[in-house]
Design a protein around this ligand. Sequence first.
Ligand SMILES: NC(=O)c1ccc[n+]([C@@H]2O[C@H](COP(=O)([O-])OP(=O)(O)OC[C@H]3O[C@@H](n4cnc5c(N)ncnc54)[C@H](O)[C@@H]3O)[C@@H](O)[C@H]2O)c1
Length: 274
Amino acid sequence: MAQDLLKGKKGIIFGALNEMSIAWKVAEQAVAQGAEIVLTNAPIAMRMGTINELAAKCNNCPVIPADATSEEDIQKLFEGAMAHFGGKIDFVLHSIGMSPNVRKGRHYTDLNYKFLQTTLDVSAISLHKALATAKKMDALNDWGSVVALTYVAAQRTFPDYGDMADAKSLLESITRSFGYHYGVSNKVRINTISQSPTITTAGSGVKGFDEFIAYSESMSPLGNADALACADYCITMFSDLTRYVTMQNLFHDGGFSNTGVSMEVISKFAPEEK
Ligand SMILES: NC(=O)c1ccc[n+]([C@@H]2O[C@H](COP(=O)([O-])OP(=O)(O)OC[C@H]3O[C@@H](n4cnc5c(N)ncnc54)[C@H](O)[C@@H]3O)[C@@H](O)[C@H]2O)c1
């Protein structure tokens, strides 16, 4: 594989908590493809996770703490990243999700609305805040690329995904709406990648996740896409090879989203032979 798809490019990667995180793999792949990066995560995640180990592996890149719901933190993050790079930024990965309702097992029909605000703010509005801050600061180069990670529950109902489904719908809507404005003004492109269920800290917070991963595997002609494969797709989206792709929700799910039923699943409903 080519080793220079992101040569000369500079990027910010949100959301690497530990080595299971999708963002962790994206950071490693981006550096392997020649990029320079800055890592960021919420201050509390810095203490809980192992992001400094990742930074050491990524040519000792800076780690700048930022709560993605704080405009002030995001501004400081972009300032710090631009000072480090000595110029503007070419790509941003938004790999952030958290729902207090899901964490605390609140049923979708009985949401705590304060928690819902937090779910939406952390998991979706944070993308708007990052984009708005970058635009005001003129922090992204023309033809820059922003990718946010999402899930098919934005389009179809998965009961245990709770209010994260609403957050992902909003995230995808912000992608389209901001993608229009940032495209017209600066040729910046913004897309979401809709990833297969993947075993990570955020993923395993969803009730019945193991059963669901097995179901998804049997409903995907290619099987579930893993975190490394997702990282590879993110790299192509950051590269110049995809420069006219914007405002899209791109499924990276082994074909799950277009499969009505698989033979493997339907065979489970066959009458038992007597
Ligand atoms: N794992 C899956 O099954 C799956 C499937 C599709 C999409 N996704 C999405 O991929 C993205 C990454 O999740 P992951 O599975 O790698 O899990 P993860 O738990 O490793 O990553 C989630 C990240 O969000 C960060 N975060 C939470 N609150 C924050 C805040 N206020 N400010 C800044 N960062 C904050 C966490 O610290 C963590 O690093 C999420 O958007 C998730 O919804 C995951």
